[in-house]
Each structure stands twice: as structure tokens, then as C-alpha cells.
Design a protein around this ligand. Structure first.
Ligand code: NDP
Ligand code: GDR
Length: 386
């Protein structure tokens, strides 16, 4: 039997005052920004990645350190939210001061298609971690952050939504996250674990997954602007969201674990836009203007001014509605009131809606141009996400 190389103790326990954090979902949007933040604060950061048939570490490759290097600050472990054995083993080895539970099947529409898996990873997963903290006797050492969500409010009972607004989840994803929210509260009250929920409203970035609506829009419109795609198909154009920047939001995740007492916080910008508004803003960033004709499934976004990129033409229908993207139950409107975080955490959103859209469009435009260049020269594979 081959023995695993023994890593120096300081990698797991932290030396002197160096804090040790464990991030689940480290390969995701928030995991990446949070890992960068904690490393910049001098933490030793451990991340859990799940096994995939292809590498799934594209977002965090710039943080990677060779396992044979001495004094590593960023260490990855294979594990899965559906597998207690891996979670307990990793937490036992790492002995973290802080656990950020960001891992989840995070796509609302997909949760209608995979409700059981979504419950397993998003509801039971956090419980498995809290149980591991208890089983390992880490109740007084390890602080726990749960990635809760504005989807808990679902069919909205109050506008804007704050910590005291009643929940009414509208998808298997939101129902699973409701369990996670309450199990976090319960373990805090039952066992005195420093555990808290960040009820975060939508937050986006150039690292956002390509199937969430904002990234889907910025990616498609940049391709349309330079002529490598004809049309973008969307679902509910009237849906309204409170969109912030992921980079700003992970700072609040960290701050929530630095307080004297664990508490739950809403993080939101307090500003709301529709999906259509987002399309218009992204088009404007590309120098295009659109007019909207028809309504419901017949609605079409038509180019008025095609802008400077040369791929689109006036009169071209570049946005259409495809009912396949409608959800069996929709969350029509979300708007957060983050007054508590403002008062206690000093929260104020650092990035405006316009800046967010600009950053996402610029990033996708650069990626699209690179892809087209590489394609023109006959090398397509892997080019898009480089
Ligand atoms: P992403 O979808 O970008 O990332 C999810 C992460 O979880 C990925 O690293 C993914 O791995 C991992 N993951 C999924 N399933 C498992 C599993 N079974 N075991 C281990 N890891 C798994 O999400 P975000 O970064 O946007 O969001 C982070 C968290 O915050 C999620 O829990 C989400 O539900 C929640 N949230 C997000 C909001 C947002 O607007 N972004 C708002 C409110 C809450 P892989 O890379 O392999 O897919
Ligand atoms: P959401 O984000 O469901 O709010 O969950 P998403 O970007 O998927 O949808 C936002 C709204 O846009 C509407 N929509 C479309 N959505 C997608 N994905 N694709 C489309 O083509 C499309 N057309 C319209 C949706 O119906 C919806 O109303 C995100 C996730 O990050 C969750 O994990 C997180 O908890 C919440 O935000 C807060």
C-alpha cells in the first residue's frame, strides 16, 4: 500500500496567529472570490472540490500551489456534500477556525429537474458539516457560515425583504435551502456553535456560471455584437432581481464570522431591475440600442442602433422568448433591505449596477474576441474559458 505524503502540521493547524479556513464550493463563483480574499488576509485556505471527469478548477487555477511545495497557503481536498465520510475526514485533518459552506446545486431551474440531489447536497450537506463539527468536538473552535439565499422569500410576503420577513420558498432549491437555514439556527441554539446565515441576494461577476441569466446575457450579446451568434433566447423577461457584485458580497461572508455573537444578515443593494433592464444595460455597454415589440412569449428585442462592433444589423431580432426557460413556479420580484448589515457590519455595496454590467460585458467581449481569433487559426478546443 502506498502511503500518502505527510503534510507539515502547520498546513492543517495554522502557525501562530494564522487562521485556517475551509471553503466548500471553492471552485464556484463565490468560492473563488472568497479564497482570494482570505489569502490576502493571511489565512491558510483549504478548499473542497468534487471529483469530475474533467478538471473543474478553471476559476481557481491562479491560486493553485504544487502539493510538493513547502509552506502552502492554498490546499485542495477531494470531497462531496453528499458524502459524510469525506467531510468528516477533511474537517478532522484541517481543524478549521472557520468553515464557509458555499457548495450547492445552485441553479433554481435545475432543482426542478433534480429535486432529490438538490435536497441531498443543499439541505443535508450543511447538516453533515454541522454534525461533523459536533462529532469532532469542534463546537467551541470552528465557526460556520451558511450560504443562505433571497430565494427563501420566494412568493414575496413583504417588500423589501429583511431578516424578519416570512419565508415562502418556490422551488426545490429554495426548500432545500430553507432546511439548511433552520438547521444552522438550530445547531447554534442547541450546541452553542458560532453558526450564521448570510441571506444573500443575487450577486454576479465575470466569474458567474454561464447559465445564470446575467452571464447568459453578457456572453450572448457580446457574441451577437461581433457576429458569432444570431439570437439570445430567454425566459421570464419581467422577473425583477436585486443584483450586486460577488466580490463585495464575499467580504460580508467573512465579516459575519468575525462578530462577537453569531447572527443572520441580509446582504443586498436595495436596487431592483428586470431581466429586460439587464439586457438593455448590456446592449448599451456594447453601443447597441434595442426596441421591444410584442408581449409574453411573442416579445422580441430588435436592434435599432447596431453599435461599433460590426456583427449586428439594425432591424435584427436578437432577443426572443423561449418558454422552455419558464419555471413551474417563479420568483417574480426580489428586493433586499440590508439595514441590519449596514448598521452592524458597516455594509455598503461597492459596485453599482452599471459598473457590474460593464465589468461583465468587458470580460465576455475579451473572451469572445480571443475565442474567435483562436477559432480562425484552427484551435477551438478549450479556448473560450482561457
Ligand atoms: P456556483 O454554482 O458558482 O458554485 C457552487 C459550488 O458548489 C461549485 O464549486 C460546485 O462545484 C460546488 N458543488 C456543487 N455540488 C457539490 C457537491 N455535491 N459537493 C461538493 N461541491 C459541490 O455558486 P455561487 O458561487 O454563485 O454560490 C455559492 C453559494 O451561495 C451556493 O450555495 C448558492 O446556492 C448560494 N447563493 C448564491 C447566490 C448568488 O447570487 N450567486 C445568492 C445566494 C446564495 P463544481 O465547480 O464542481 O460545479
Ligand atoms: P436565480 O438566478 O434563479 O435568481 O438564482 P437566475 O439568474 O437563474 O434567474 C434570475 C431570473 O431570471 C429569469 N430568467 C432566466 N434565468 C435563467 N437562468 N435563464 C434564462 O434564460 C432566463 N430568462 C429569464 C429567471 O426565471 C429568474 O426569475 C440565483 C442563484 O445564484 C441561486 O443559487 C441564488 O440563491 C439566487 O440567485 C439568489
Amino acid at each position: 500500500m502506498t502511503k500518502e505524503p505527510k503534510l507539515p502540521n502547520h498546513l492543517f493547524n495554522g502557525s501562530n496567529s494564522q487562521k485556517v479556513a475551509l471553503i466548500t464550493g471553492v471552485t464556484g463563483q463565490d468560492g473563488t472570490y472568497l479564497a482570494e480574499l482570505l489569502l490576502s488576509k493571511g489565512y491558510i485556505v483549504h478548499g473542497i472540490k468534487r471529483r469530475a471527469s474533467q478538471l473543474n478548477t478553471g476559476r481557481i487555477d491562479h491560486l493553485y500551489q504544487d502539493p510538493h511545495e513547502e509552506n502552502r497557503h492554498f490546499i485542495l481536498h477531494h470531497g462531496d456534500m453528499t458524502d459524510s465520510s469525506s467531510l468528516i475526514r477533511i474537517i478532522q485533518q484541517v481543524q478549521p477556525d472557520e468553515i464557509y459552506n458555499l457548495a450547492a446545486q445552485s441553479h433554481v431551474a435545475v432543482s426542478f429537474e433534480e429535486p432529490e440531489y438538490t435536497a441531498n447536497s443543499d439541505a443535508l450537506g450543511p447538516m453533515r458539516i454541522l454534525e461533523a463539527i459536533r462529532i469532532l468536538g469542534l463546537e467551541k473552535k470552528t465557526r460556520f457560515y451558511q450560504a443562505s439565499t433571497s430565494e427563501l422569500y420566494g412568493k414575496v410576503q413583504e417588500i423589501p425583504q429583511k431578516e424578519t420577513t416570512p419565508f415562502y420558498p418556490r422551488s426545490p432549491y429554495a426548500v432545500a435551502k430553507l432546511y439548511a437555514y433552520w438547521i444552522t439556527v438550530n445547531y447554534r441554539e442547541a450546541y452553542g456553535i458560532y453558526a450564521c446565515n448570510g441571506i444573500l441576494f443575487n450577486h454576479e461577476s465575470p466569474l458567474r456560471g454561464e447559465t445564470f441569466v446575467t452571464r447568459k446575457i453578457t456572453r450572448a450579446l457580446t457574441r451577437i455584437a461581433i457576429g458569432s451568434q444570431d439570437c439570445l433566447y430567454l425566459g421570464n423577461m419581467d422577473s425583477r432581481r436585486d443584483w450586486g457584485h460577488a466580490r463585495d458580497y464575499v467580504e460580508m461572508q467573512w465579516l459575519m464570522l468575525q462578530q462577537e455573537q453569531p447572527e443572520d444578515f441580509v446582504i443586498a443593494t436595495g436596487m431592483q431591475y428586470s431581466v429586460r433592464d439587464f439586457v438593455n444595460a448590456a446592449a448599451a455597454e456594447l453601443g447597441m440600442t434595442l426596441k421591444w415589440e410584442g408581449s409574453g412569449v411573442e416579445e422580441v428585442g430588435i436592434v435599432v442602433d447596431a453599435g461599433p462592433h460590426g456583427g449586428a444589423r439594425p432591424g435584427q431580432a436578437i432577443v426572443r422568448v423561449d418558454p422552455r426557460y419558464f419555471r413551474p413556479t417563479e420568483v417574480e420580484t426580489l428586493l433586499g433591505d440590508a439595514s441590519k448589515a449596514h448598521a452592524k457590519l458597516g455594509w455598503k455595496p461597492g459596485t453599482s449596477f452599471e459598473q457590474l454590467v460593464k465589468e461583465m460585458v468587458e470580460s465576455d467581449l475579451a473572451a469572445t474576441r480571443k475565442y474567435e481569433l483562436v477559432k480562425k487559426n484552427g484551435f477551438v478546443a478549450h479556448a473560450y474559458n482561457e
